[in-house]
Design a protein around this ligand. Structure first.
Ligand SMILES: *Cc1c(COP(=O)(O)O)cnc(C)c1O
Length: 453
């Protein structure tokens, strides 16, 4: 069928292994450094926070890592996810390009995040962890972790940035439905929280403060571990189930992608859709372009620097070599909460530095305009984050229209926007602000990047 719309796999096609791109990199990624000594951090440095299996995955050079059966069994709840040809959008644009999207919004949480949350909860369970503690900004990661912990009989505790806790009550309700304990951060429960509150009782909180609270709790309790929803190598690897399925589905469509596009906050959904295709490029078998799309308000690839920096705002975590705007950078409050992070995954940063990824940044009004066109032609209402990928896909399809080239464009629709309708309200009311980021603000935050020898 030349104009087939959906490309569906069966449960047997759910990948049996994760793809570890570290095995195929021309140069190994720079190691994480201990925040105190500046020396490469070893497994023992991470042991209080993560189960050993995840620590080993973080540095593994094996190309394929088996997905444990219980994890694959959980994946069956929503995997394989559909790959859809955007015929309605193509028609509206009048482009000769074929546009495809992989849709992760069918997961219970509504995004790609449970692909790693399930894996992380599983390894914690088998290594004896009783409780996982984490932080969440807008609530997407917290919901995924609460869901995954409940599936494996673990407790979950989530420090949610206070401003979001008050403004986004439905994500909190989701976490509670899945058995999670949600605390507004900064809280009185930790030293870090009490210190912040002593200085400013009305602090709205930040992701950096919430990380500090979660890490403090995990470090102080043997049966509690910490968990991260993006950035780290093992998180990106877990997300490669997305791209592996997409490889099979594009084969079914008889269309190898010329362009692969994903939005980039910490880099995990982009890695998930693209790493299995990048394997072909690294092997010299394709000329595909890979595009990372970020918001103008938080442009770590397009405006940041490739340097060692802290993962949190306070400087407690190991140092990672990544594209960063400086760990003290506080982005403006755009609606795509998942894209507001000062750094970018070391693996994505290294591949950007090597010229494998291109990057571009867009303002949020242009992205929502693209999302509304997408919803009117394809039906699905996207989360604010992937509106960036949609905008880039549309722009590339319009380039193809001008040149008359029949390009195959694949983008990642990593989540739906049913809990983000206030962002659409703001777009329709004309109150959505396009923050122009002053160069001075970046220069100022960049001063917080530690000078490494
Ligand atoms: C968390 C999230 C993101 C940003 O994280 P990445 O690691 O860059 O993928 C993007 N989109 C959605 C829907 C998210 O939930």
């Amino acid at each position: 069928m030349a104009d087939q719309k959906k490309f569906l796999l069966s449960e047997n096609d759910i990948p049996k292994q994760w793809y570890n791109i570290q095995a195929d990199l021309p140069n190994p990624v720079a190691p994480a450094l201990h925040p105190g000594t500046g020396q490469p951090a070893g497994p023992e440095d991470f042991a209080p926070l993560f189960p050993m299996e995840l620590i080993m995955q973080e540095v593994s050079q094996d190309r394929w890592i088996d997905i444990p059966d219980p994890v694959r069994e959980m994946y069956r709840m929503w995997r394989p996810t559909p790959l859809i040809r955007a015929t309605g959008l193509e028609k509206a644009l009048g482009t000769p390009a074929k546009i495809f999207y992989k849709y992760e919004g069918v997961s219970p949480v509504g995004s790609h995040k449970p692909n790693t949350a399930i894996a992380q909860a599983y390894y914690n369970k088998i290594e004896g962890t009783k409780r996982i503690v984490t932080e969440t900004g807008a609530g997407q990661w917290g919901s995924a972790l609460a869901f995954a912990c409940q599936q494996f009989g673990l407790e979950s505790k989530i420090y949610m940035v206070k401003a979001s806790f008050n403004q986004k009550p439905y994500r909190k309700s989701m976490m509670q439905t899945w058995g999670g304990t949600v605390t507004a951060s900064p809280s009185e429960e930790t030293q870090a929280g009490r210190t912040i509150l002593a200085g400013n009782p009305d602090s709205p909180g930040s992701l950096g403060i919430a990380i500090s609270e979660a890490v403090e709790v995990a470090a102080g309790d043997d049966s509690t571990k910490y968990s991260l929803g993006s950035v780290l190598n093992h998180v990106l690897m877990h997300q490669t189930v997305i791209g592996q399925e997409a490889v099979m589905q594009m084969e079914m469509a008889g269309a190898y992608p010329d362009i692969v596009i994903g939005c980039a906050g910490g880099g995990s959904n982009l890695a998930g859709i693209s790493f299995p295709f990048i394997a072909d490029k690294l092997a010299g078998k394709s000329n595909t372009r890979f595009i990372a799309v970020e918001p103008e308000a938080s442009p770590s690839l397009t405006k940041g620097q490739f340097a060692y920096d802290f993962g949190d705002a306070i400087g407690m975590t190991p140092l990672l070599k990544m594209h960063t705007l400086g760990h003290t950078f506080v982005p403006n409050p755009i609606h795509a909460g998942g894209l507001r992070y000062h750094g970018m995954a070391p693996l994505v940063s290294a591949l950007f530095d090597a010229g494998v990824y291109e990057a571009r940044a867009y303002h949020q009004n242009a992205c929502f305009e693209a999302a509304v066109l997408f919803a009117s032609t394809e039906g699905i209402i996207p989360a604010p984050e992937p509106t960036h990928a949609i905008k880039a896909a549309i722009d590339e399809a319009l380039v193809a229209k001008e040149t008359g080239e029949e390009k195959n464009i694949l983008f990642h629709l990593c989540g739906h926007g049913h809990l983000d309708l206030s962002a659409y309200d703001s777009y329709f009311a004309g109150t959505m602000v396009d923050y122009a980021l002053p160069e001075e603000a970046i220069a100022e935050a960049m001063k917080s990047v530690p000078q490494m020898g």
